[in-house]
Design a protein around this ligand. Structure first.
Ligand code: PEP
Length: 247
């Protein structure tokens, strides 16, 4: 059976002191986790976290990756650079990047491709806004967002992780019910199956106010293979409870 993946997304939070304490607390409480665990840290802290996580079972993730290989792209961070800091996953297409940085499906697809070329697994985020859900467009939106990645991807798509993150549930405390999340995950799984014989090996994470109280129910759904966790990833005990729920 596929191992679940619990990935934290710290967003623009942390400090040298806070990161040190958080990771040490998580490592101390984790024991032998039977799921995979990763933390998506701000780029400036990758070097610090690489050292803290060396030799542990927690993988490092970046919160973004440049679509470009190298060159005159001020402020961008390339896949090769991320790789030097031991990054295993790159979150791409997070709704905050789509919303505040104008990232289109095409840009997200380029970033996912660039990650794969650098040996980094992209965690591709898809998800509908509240208006799109209320207009009955959830399936259409997530399928369009996923299709952009699948269809420009020359690599084996089993190297991709997909995160369904309804925009209205991110950081709002409003979680999709397990049934709502499962429904969308089943749609995504069917789309992946139509595109790849490896679809059953592709992890489909749920993200959107997943927390210590609701994780077990969400993670019990047949097509939910893990979680992408924002707020609750900043509290060691909450993150540990979610990791335990994924065991
Ligand atoms: C996220 O940022 O990907 C996320 C799911 O955030 P939160 O858990 O805080 O809703």
């Amino acid at each position: 059976m596929m191992k679940k993946l619990i990935a934290g997304n710290w967003k623009m939070n942390g400090s040298l002191a806070a990161n040190d304490k958080l990771l040490k607390d998580i490592l101390a409480g984790m024991g032998q986790a039977t799921c995979e665990v990763a933390v998506g840290v701000p780029a400036v802290y990758l070097a610090q976290c690489q050292i803290l996580l060396a030799g542990t079972s927690i993988d490092l993730a970046s919160q973004d990756i440049s679509a470009q290989e190298s060159g005159a792209y001020t402020g961008e961070i390339s896949g090769a650079m991320l790789k030097e800091f031991g990054v295993r996953y790159a979150i791409v297409g997070h709704s905050e990047r789509r919303q505040y940085h104008g990232e289109t499906d095409e840009v997200v697809a380029c970033k996912a491709q660039r990650a794969l070329k650098c040996g980094i697994t992209p965690i591709v985020c898809v998800g509908e806004t509240l208006a799109e859900r209320e207009a009955g467009k959830t399936d259409e939106v997530v399928k369009r967002q996923l299709a952009a990645v699948i269809h420009t991807n020359g690599h084996c798509i089993s190297e991709v992780v997909v995160a369904y993150e309804p925009v209205w549930a991110i950081g709002t405390g409003k979680t999709a019910t397990p049934e709502m999340a499962q429904q969308v995950h089943a749609v995504l799984r069917a789309q992946l199956k139509a595109a790849s014989e490896h679809a059953d090996c592709i992890k489909l994470l749920y993200g959107g106010s997943m927390n210590a109280a609701n994780a077990a129910q969400l993670l019990a759904q047949p097509d939910i293979d893990g979680g992408l966790i924002g707020g609750a990833a900043l509290k060691a005990q909450d993150f540990l409870t979610i990791i335990a729920a994924a065991a």
